[in-house]
Ligand binder design. Structure first.
Ligand code: TRP
Length: 362
């Protein structure tokens, strides 16, 4: 069986370090591993509209930002098809048929949808489009016959729902679709990078993100004002690692080579942690080190971004070409689905023949 990846992001803002450790870095590794036959990376603008319907301009403006973030992280259009969801009408058509295979009760139980409904205070006024977005996400995945969906753990219920839809479709109409597997981030610290203020998640509305497109000065300012251990007042005080954002980031990013290069008095992160917990190590020193570590990651990304920003029309062209390739694939899958569902009237010569026979015999 061909190994196929599909994943994507809602274009509601520039991508940040949380996206990088949680997904972008991995995607680039998967892309370059050469293990996958096809890779699709989708900018999920239609899904973004399910809770931004009054704000289409925000979605529109962020498509190029996300595409630039993709390219600057190393996604390569020669190896990964990058495309825009709304440009593939077949996805809507598939969603419409999948709606017959899912109950309202099942959608209500989807834990991600449940929390999101609470977060957005929809209460009784949930837009149907929002409520049913897991179904549309199943279309995104199955249209490409994806075997592997690299996403964060918050997306697990979506993949589960997709598997159920596939199962049901194949059971009712015959083997047609592929059941995808989730591919979770491999490092625990990467599962969810906290915001610079120590809050659980980087979020634009909280203003606690380090963006991939931030300048070196912006990053430094954010790092130096990061949340650490509020009880660690004097250098001599013993410090705590639990909930200490600076150390969470070091867990996610630092390597022994970084220590050799920037902080050679420690061999590795364990030694630094031991000193911090014992007391006698100030936050500023740890933060300066973190800033150096982050710059190693961010500088090449920033440089590549600057290059791509010089030719914006060709970035749109890349997305347009990607969307054409994606549509061709989705079209093929949809034709197979319609065949299985017996709604392929004009392609089915036998149907026309048999019907003619039936009526001529009457
Ligand atoms: N729901 C994903 C998010 O919010 C975006 C997305 C849409 C997606 N369709 C997808 C992810 C299909 C993986 C596969 O980040």
């Amino acid at each position: 069986m061909r190994k196929i990846i599909l994943t994507g992001d809602r274009p509601t803002g520039r991508l940040h370090l949380g996206h990088y450790v949680g997904s972008l870095k991995r995607r680039v590794e998967l892309q370059n591993s050469g293990e996958y036959d096809e890779i699709y990376i989708m900018i999920a603008d239609a899904q973004a509209l399910t809770d931004n319907m009054e704000n289409p301009e925000k979605v529109r403006q962020n498509i190029i930002e996300v595409a630039l973030d993709y390219l600057s992280c190393g996604l390569d259009p020669e190896k990964s098809v990058m495309f825009i969801q709304s440009q593939i009408p077949e996805l809507c058509e598939m969603s419409f048929y999948y709606m017959n295979l899912v109950t309202v009760a099942r959608l209500k139980r989807n834990p991600t949808v449940k929390t999101e409904i609470q977060m957005r205070n929809f209460e009784e006024r949930i837009p149907v489009g929002f409520f049913t977005y897991p179904i549309s996400q199943a279309a995104d995945i199955t249209a490409f016959k994806a075997t592997t969906v690299p996403v964060g753990e918050d997306q697990a219920p979506m993949i589960e729902q997709t598997r159920e839809i596939v199962h049901r479709f194949n059971y009712v109409y015959g083997e047609t679709l592929i059941e995808p597997s989730i591919l979770l981030p491999d490092n625990q610290a990467c599962m969810r990078l906290p915001g610079t203020d120590g809050k659980a998640k980087m979020s634009k509305s909280l203003g606690n993100c380090i963006y991939l497109s931030d300048s070196a000065e912006e990053v430094k300012k954010k790092v130096m004002s990061m949340y650490t251990d509020p009880t660690h007042l004097k250098v001599e005080d013993p410090g705590h690692l639990e909930g200490n954002t600076v150390f969470t980031y070091l867990d996610a990013f630092s390597t022994d080579e970084h220590f050799a290069k920037y902080l050679p008095e420690y061999k590795n992160l364990d030694e630094l942690k031991a000193h911090y917990t014992k007391g006698g190590l100030g936050d500023v020193k740890v933060k300066r080190f973190l800033n150096n570590v982050l710059e190693e990651v961010l500088q090449p990304i920033r440089q590549r971004r600057a290059e791509f920003e010089k030719d914006i029309p060709s970035v749109y062209k890349m997305l347009e070409e990607g969307s054409k390739i994606a549509e061709a694939k989705a079209k093929k899958t949809l034709a197979e689905m319609k065949n299985a569902m017996r709604i392929n009237y004009f392609e089915d010569k036998e149907l026309i023949q048999n019907q003619s026979k039936k009526f001529s015999e009457q």
